[in-house]
Design a binder for this molecule. Sequence first.
Ligand SMILES: [Zn+2]
Length: 205
Amino acid sequence: MATLDSSFSSLLEGYDLAQLDRHDGAIYALCRDWRLRYFNDGWRQFANDNGGEPVLSQAWPLGAAIFEAFSPLPLREFFEFHYRECLREARVWSHDYECSSASSFRRFRQFVYPVYGNGVLVVNSKLVEREHDAPPVRSAMSVDYRDRAGLIHQCAHCRRIRSAHNHDSWDWVPAWVTHMPARCSHGLCPTCLVFYYLKPGAAST
Ligand SMILES: [Zn+2]
């Protein structure tokens, strides 16, 4: 069942909440203060499928400041800029992103709709789900991936792990997609940073 902040029910006036709830992807709505005012079952399901529940709904209840959910900083700045532009320009914005599981490559498209100048509605839909194409699978050997401070660095976007010996090498380690290792720091690998977040217009419409 959808979860809506009743003091902001006018935000989605005219929208069929039952229909939004039937969408099998995550949908959420933000007010002008960029706080979470609505989410559908798909949001909960997505969190559950990715090992995020119950932590996610505890960490990001209604009223939570959404931009704090985006990490690291370039990712946060990217989404904050485009969400604000969407509202300011009253124009729909979309962005493709990866969120693979240990067993499947998955690609999603996010549409952000301005809502009566009062906020935005964010709709996530799965575009592709298939088995990984013979990825360079590695076993989770900490010695290969922990830096001198003992941290493991995972790309927040494609979820690959940075090699401790060669920082240009990011490996697919399925075990650490299923269960995040202890002392894991999130960053962006060079490919994701450039393709998704720096190249003008890349992966966006
Ligand atoms: Zn990446």
